[in-house]
Design a protein around this ligand. Structure first.
Ligand SMILES: [Zn+2]
Length: 342
């Protein structure tokens, strides 16, 4: 969600806002930065990273599975002019995994992900359009029957353009060589269960995926299959550790600009959630629904997909308050989660 309090220091954004559609920014000799412009993505686009890998390019993240993204990929591939050697996905979300199938089909390049992100991607790809558990979660958050019916009637976007049968698993602590650079594998949590973060100590670069973003805070929502889970607690643990990231690292994020001082950004995002937790706990009634805390959390009631993301994020804050002993949770007669002071 929006966070305008972030200091906008020039030194923090050495490469400005980033490439427009069809443009490329070179980051040193070994890395190229592209952006797939897409109205469905946070901040209007998905960053694509190409890492020089011998006689080709390793690609990090791929955009949505829609035809417009595929058309933008053609321009990127023409610019790269060499084959794709590997495909790395930071996490399983559709704006990152969407074009894996297309790239695999063209280049027969292996896919690299962490174990949990890979398993989730396979499971969601196989489930197709079954949104039963998700509809149930939104009901539990207090979404009305009319809004639920409208959502169920909408056609979901395609999750992927196909996934391979197997994946090379990225394990935290290991180091992989890609061309001249060595990348250390770290993992995050909260925005998705175990996203990969790749750090090159020599090039002072960190491919952080959506774990740290400038201008907005990454979405942290409760998962439909774990409605009483505490993803915000996991994310705050991650941020706590990320505070120690060297401030001269250039964070190559999944959306928006790239930035220095990633540890400072982790502090800012943690502060944002601290404040959000405080305002939710202060406005909590004796039997509040997740939909009742949207105003104190976001200052507005979003619509469409924004409402879905806001509700799962509101539930994440409420579940965190329960985990901290600052609120209690119970189910009402309609099977909706209610929250009150502990
Ligand atoms: Zn994303």
């Amino acid at each position: 969600m929006r966070d305008d309090a972030a200091p906008d220091l020039n030194s923090r954004y050495p490469l400005g806002a980033g490439p427009g559609q069809g443009e490329c920014i070179h980051i040193g000799e070994h890395v190229r930065w592209y952006r797939i412009v897409s109205s469905g993505a946070p901040m209007g686009g998905v960053n694509i990273w190409a890492l020089r890998d011998g006689d080709g390019w390793a690609i990090v993240d791929t955009g949505f599975a829609d035809p417009d993204t595929a058309a933008q990929w053609q321009v990127i591939l023409d610019d790269l002019a060499l084959p794709v050697t590997r495909i790395i996905c930071t996490h399983f979300h559709p704006d990152h995994i969407g074009q894996v199938g297309m790239l695999q089909e063209r280049f027969d390049a292996p896919l690299f992900m962490t174990d949990i992100e890979w398993q989730l991607a396979k499971r969601i790809d196989a489930a197709g359009a079954d949104r039963g558990p998700f509809t149930e979660l939104l009901h539990r958050c207090g979404m009305g029957a009319e809004a639920l019916a409208a959502m169920a009637g909408g056609r979901p976007g395609r999750f992927s353009s196909g996934l391979p049968d197997r994946c090379e698993i990225l394990t935290p602590g290991e180091t992989i060589a890609i061309g001249a650079l060595r990348w250390r594998i770290e993992t995050g949590a909260g925005h998705s269960p175990r996203p990969a973060i790749l750090v090159s100590d020599e090039a002072r670069l960190a491919l952080v995926g959506d774990q740290l973003l400038m201008r907005i805070t990454p979405h942290v929502g409760v998962d439909a299959e774990d409605p009483e889970g505490d993803p915000l607690g996991l994310y705050l643990d991650y941020l706590n550790a990320a505070v120690a990231m060297p401030q001269d690292l250039l964070a190559l994020a999944g959306h928006g600009p790239v930035f220095r001082q990633p540890g400072l950004r982790a502090t800012e995002i943690a502060d944002h959630h601290d404040k959000a937790l405080r305002s939710v706990s202060q406005t909590l009634g004796t039997a509040s629904l997740a939909c009742d805390v949207l105003m104190p959390l976001f200052g507005r009631i979003p619509s469409g997909v924004g409402l879905v993301l806001a509700l799962t994020e509101a539930l994440a804050h409420l579940n965190r308050l329960v985990a901290e002993g600052r609120a209690q949770r119970f189910l009402d007669a309609e099977g909706r989660y209610r929250f009150g002071p502990a």
